[in-house]
Design a protein around this ligand. Structure first.
Ligand code: NAG
Ligand code: NAG
Ligand code: NAG
Length: 426
């Protein structure tokens, strides 16, 4: 059961079909990993992003698959082998660049009863990334309510500015008390979202015309740019992404509710520019370990899933109706590419052949804020952030953006995760 989410994703039936097929395969196909392990891994992944909706859904799934109810009491009640995945889950969810071959090495060594096989770990990485990305979609589109909740589709009204102390008060209720159900657009939009904006150096693209003009111009411009120049532009974009777009709130409230399924619940995304200098991580160059590499690893260990994931990704990446707000027959390639690249940029993945100026030209600041919130701090997505971008656009177009974020973010996790796993095998 994924109803509420399916309803929202159903705005894009072509993608929905790919998605459901993949989801079904991951949870129900024959394969090495026991079924209850799969749904438990899903719970762990969803809990990392504090997605009530998905945690609940997967708990039900877990029990349906004959899982031991005792396990739902938390990580202390599951086999050590499963518990050992916590660290990997945490890093893949928030700072995938920290995943190393050593993490996988540790998982493949030790007691026979807790030891993982490489082929199983490929499946684990795929499952974790898949469910992280679903949690991202649910938060990003406001599908964050519990299954039995009367309001299927709503946003938090505030970003949690609540300090750590609030979460320790046993607050088991996550912030789902949004009054602004999406079906009632007249409801007041919260303005105190604790969001800091930098002064804007480019005009907001309030107007579809302006956006279209920029896309046209970018297409015409054909000028040779050196690799150094591209690299510099990537750095500019990366640097910019780490300023001003951040909600200022501290650790997310409501964490206590999910605490039983995670370790270090406060661990979250960290901006590149804000990291300690000595902890500097080299830029991930996409050509060094590309999607093709990841694809090969997946197909050699994990039957059928590489093709499904690849098709799902391509469907999301290629999806277009050639429309933009009220306009028809628009080539949106550059816009879609910019969204994709921006997500990868925030996770330090650089494409040598991409002109990062495009990101700045095409993504208005409220859109960047939305992208950053959803892909880095999904649980902090508010209605105001969602309403803030592309005011003239249709809801389905925003959901389209959200699908791209789901896929782009999933790919980030798979690239980092499978690269480290590959290094471990060597
Ligand atoms: C691997 O295991 C060793 C021994 O338990 C531990 O000291 C080390 O921190 C672990 N490394 C990683 C990356 O988890
Ligand atoms: C997506 O577009 C690329 C490039 O145009 C094409 O090669 C690929 O077949 C398309 N994939 C799907 C699933 O439509
Ligand atoms: C990159 O983008 C900038 C700004 O839009 C533009 O001036 C430049 O010509 C572009 N370069 C390439 C190779 O497209």
């Amino acid at each position: 059961r994924l109803e509420h989410m399916v309803m929202v994703m159903g705005l894009h039936p072509q993608y929905l079909q790919q998605f459901l097929e993949t989801n079904d395969h991951l949870l129900r196909s024959s394969g090495a990993l026991p079924y209850e392990y799969r749904s438990y891994i899903a719970i762990m992944a969803a809990a990392r992003h504090q997605c009530t909706y998905l945690v609940h859904l997967m708990e039900v799934q877990f029990l349906l698959q004959g899982g031991d109810r005792e396990w739902l009491r938390g990580l202390d009640h599951v086999p050590a082998k499963l518990r050992a995945l916590s660290e990997l889950n945490k890093l893949l969810a928030h700072r995938p660049w920290l995943v190393t071959a050593q993490h996988f090495k540790n998982l493949t060594e030790g007691e026979p009863s807790t030891r993982w096989q490489h082929s199983h770990l490929v499946q684990v990485v795929v499952l974790l990334c898949h469910f992280h990305s679903i949690a991202i979609f649910c938060h990003g589109a406001g599908v964050n309510l519990e299954l039995d909740h009367p309001r299927a589709h709503a946003f938090h009204t505030t970003t949690s500015t609540s300090p750590r102390s609030n979460t320790s008060s046993g607050a088991a209720t996550p912030k789902v008390d949004a009054k602004s159900g999406r079906k009632s657009p007249a409801s007041p939009v919260c303005v105190h979202t604790a969001v800091r904006f930098l002064p804007c150096e480019i005009a907001e693209i309030g107007d579809v015309e302006v956006l279209m003009e920029r896309m046209r111009k970018l297409q015409e411009e054909e000028e040779d740019v050196t690799t150094e120049e591209r690299s510099r532009r990537f750095e500019i974009e990366k640097e910019e992404a780490s300023h001003g777009l951040l909600p200022v709130s501290g650790p997310v409230g409501g964490a206590a509710y999910f605490a039983r399924y995670v370790q270090e619940p406060d661990f979250s995304y960290q901006d590149f520019a804000k990291r300690d200098a000595h902890a500097e991580i080299p830029t991930y160059r996409a050509q060094d370990y590309s999607w093709d590499h990841a694809f090969t690893v997946m197909s050699s260990y994990y039957n059928g899933v590489a093709e499904l994931l690849d098709e799902k990704y391509q469907t999301a990446y290629n999806l277009t109706y050639k429309t933009l707000a009220t306009r028809d027959n628009v080539d949106t390639t550059s816009l879609r590419r910019a969204i994709w690249m921006y997500v990868h940029c925030m996770y330090g993945i650089m494409y040598d052949d991409y002109n990062y100026s495009e990101v700045n030209q095409l993504l208005e600041r409220p859109l960047k804020l939305y992208i950053k919130t959803v892909s880095c701090f999904p649980e902090q997505t508010t209605r105001a952030v969602y309403d803030g971008f592309w005011k003239q656009f249709r809801h389905s177009e925003k959901v389209h953006v959200n699908i791209m974020l789901l896929e782009a973010r999933m790919q980030v996790g798979l690239l980092y995760g499978l690269r480290a796993l590959t290094q471990c095998v060597r």
